[in-house]
Design a protein. Sequence first.
Length: 103
Amino acid sequence: MKQPLILALSTGLAVASVNVNANEQLAQSKNCLACHGIEQKIVGPAYKDVANKYAGQPDVADKLAEKVVKGGGGVWGQMPMPPNPQVSAEEAKQLVQWILSLR
């Protein structure tokens, strides 16, 4: 009986690991990592800082996904985030979910 549970848990961990890598690859392919580091600020804030700042805020994922696509400014200093029309709304949601998971 314990073996199926262990198999299910290890399979779930493998899937979670693949999803994290897939989203980092998406960030790389959309050129997000040119301005944002995962752990360090580049031009924009580090993704871990973004995750910590917005932790526990309801409906923040939709707000941030919109900023990814349309751009924004004023939250992290004077350098605005430019619009990213190469990122679809669905990709922006995936990226934001990944970023918010980095806490």
